[in-house]
Design a protein around this ligand. Structure first.
Ligand SMILES: Cc1cc2nc3c(=O)[nH]c(=O)nc-3n(C[C@H](O)[C@H](O)[C@H](O)COP(=O)(O)OP(=O)(O)OC[C@H]3O[C@@H](n4cnc5c(N)ncnc54)[C@H](O)[C@@H]3O)c2cc1C
Length: 494
């Protein structure tokens, strides 16, 4: 048998670096430059109009410069790691932000900006968003002097427990009870059913050692002697051991598990079994319980009781607007560059069409873009409402004129955002024959003086009161920030 000889041949392959490859023409930056050149809008002016609050743009630049290059804040693998790892990364980032705050002398707005730029809602978020805000807004001076330094120095970590499994929007319907004990002059907090489990509460599942919990304030009725609810009230309570971080006896806590979003956040559940808290646990800036008589001390004005929630809602809306704005920006840029199918009806050789030019794509993206603006103006209105609320109440008690809401800096009316819309004509009529579409954005009108809350002063000098239901009149009926007059105008079909 002849021997087989195997010769190994090396095939010479050209060295190709991925970096040398370029997308097919036309290049993305060139397309975007072309699209932008068609717009007459002053981008700088629009950016200042939308992001003027708290010097957003300058702050973003400053904070980005600090955190951008730090490995903790790299987003490269953020979506590839498991939920426990994302939770731990969130904790590590939050600690790093705290260190940076001290190093660079950041104020609260700087810290919030850094937190926003991490792109992840991490487990200490509720400490600053809800816990500290509620202490500042709802505690009396004595409570504030005790709790606030602990929060600001991060000696305690807090969360906010309002929503229950059975009640979210209808706060009045929550089931947790805080029963007044006349003999011991303290409260017993209890969750009477399974649906009374606190649910969704951020930072609760694993992190927080303190909570502000909302429960029906139950006091004995003078006539019947039976317990009567005076509505939901806030209590500050230690919930975990400060050393072991285990829930205290009589308290059950857990993590509600995986969610679509907020992977790094430990949204939790919690039940109290006849858990005793002192009289001082009831946040008592506006209302309270007389510890001697057990009588209810009502708030002078219910609007201020919800002040901190108004602030937090404004923050949530403003955050949602930024996230949606970024998503829309990515979608619009991508669909401007992305091309698919040539115009079958075009004479001669036709280029592939940008997918943004298809109305079926526009119909999905443009309403989201409009929603971003709607969120923006809703958030602005909520902030303005929050800012003037205490002043209105003070005025209502001291017979002064109510404050006015400062108008927003508004660019020239009827700003026109030309939209690049050159879609191919369709034989079957599925695609429209749009040659140009434009979005007309009318900035919100200034608030007419007549829509501001009025204060009635009775002739006998008794306590004046606000006659206009603020939220209803300002936000809904008179619509100071009316829904954006945004329409897409399409020229006649040819
Ligand atoms: C990510 C996340 C984090 C959260 N963090 C916290 C936290 O830290 N602390 C806390 O206490 N809570 C927290 N919540 C709970 C949140 O406040 C509630 O989800 C919210 O109040 C809505 O309540 P719900 O989920 O019970 O919905 P529901 O009140 O049951 O509402 C369900 C649907 O019905 C609609 N609906 C309800 N009532 C009406 C009505 N009268 N008219 C028209 N439509 C209505 C709602 O719009 C919604 O679409 C969090 C929730 C989420 C999703």
């Amino acid at each position: 048998m002849p021997k087989l000889s195997v010769t190994r041949r090396t095939i010479a392959r050209p060295q190709v670096s991925e970096d040398e490859l370029k997308p097919a023409e036309p290049q993305g930056p060139a397309i975007l430059a072309q699209e932008r050149a068609q717009s007459s809008i002053n981008v700088e002016q629009l950016a200042q109009h939308l992001l003027h609050r708290n010097d957003f743009l300058a702050r973003q630049k400053k904070i980005l410069g600090v955190i951008e290059k730090r490995p903790y804040f790299s987003k490269k693998n953020q979506l590839n790691i498991t939920r426990p790892d994302r939770y731990h990364l969130g904790l590590a980032r939050a600690k790093e932000l705290r260190r940076l705050s001290l190093k660079y002398g950041w104020n609260f707005d700087d810290y919030k900006m850094a937190d926003y730029l991490t792109d992840e809602m991490a487990a200490y978020a509720l400490q600053t968003i809800m816990f500290a805000t509620s202490i500042r807004e709802q505690c009396n001076d004595e409570q504030k002097a005790y709790w606030l330094p602990k929060v600001e120095n991060w000696e305690i970590i807090g969360c906010y427990g309002q929503t229950e499994l059975g009640h979210g929007s209808n706060v009045k319907g929550i089931e947790w009870q805080a029963r007044w004990n006349p003999e011991t002059k303290d409260f017993t907090i209890h969750s009477p059913t399974l649906t009374a489990s606190k649910w969704w509460n951020g930072s609760l599942g694993r992190t927080a050692n303190h909570a502000i919990v909302v429960a029906q304030l139950m006091l004995p009725d003078k006539k019947t002697g039976k317990l009567k609810s005076h509505g939901p009230h806030q209590f500050i309570v230690q919930i975990r051991d400060m050393k072991t971080n285990k829930p205290l006896e009589g308290i059950v806590i857990g993590d509600i598990g995986a969610k679509y979003g907020y992977a790094a956040m430990d949204n939790g559940y919690m039940l109290f079994k006849n858990y005793r808290v002192p009289h001082s646990a009831l946040l008592a800036r506006y209302s309270g319980v007389d510890s001697t008589s057990g009588m209810y001390i009502p708030a002078n004005n219910q609007a201020v009781v919800y002040g901190s929630l108004t602030y937090v809602r404004a923050q949530i809306i403003m955050h949602a607007r930024l996230v949606l704005a970024r998503a829309c920006t990515i979608a619009v840029r991508y669909t401007s560059i992305r091309r698919q199918f040539a115009d079958r009806d075009a004479k001669g050789k036709s280029e592939e069409v940008a997918v943004l030019n298809y109305p079926t794509v526009q119909i999905r993206i443009l309403p989201l873009l409009a929603t971003t603006y709607a969120l923006h103006y809703t958030g602005e209105a909520m902030y303005n409402l929050y800012c003037i609320l205490p002043a209105i109440v003070i005025c209502s008690l001291s017979a002064q004129s109510p404050p006015t809401i400062p108008p927003l800096p508004i660019p020239a009316p009827k700003t026109r955002l030309p939209y690049p819309c050159q879609t191919p004509r369709s034989r079957n009529g599925m695609r429209s024959d749009v040659t140009k579409a434009a979005i007309h954005v009318s900035p919100p009108p200034p608030i007419p003086a007549t829509t501001l809350p009025k204060i009635n002063h009775s002739a006998d000098g008794a306590t004046p009161h606000i006659v206009v239901p603020i939220a209803k009149k300002i936000l809904l009926k008179s619509r100071p920030y009316r829904r954006l007059n945004m329409s897409v105008s399409l020229p006649d079909r040819g």
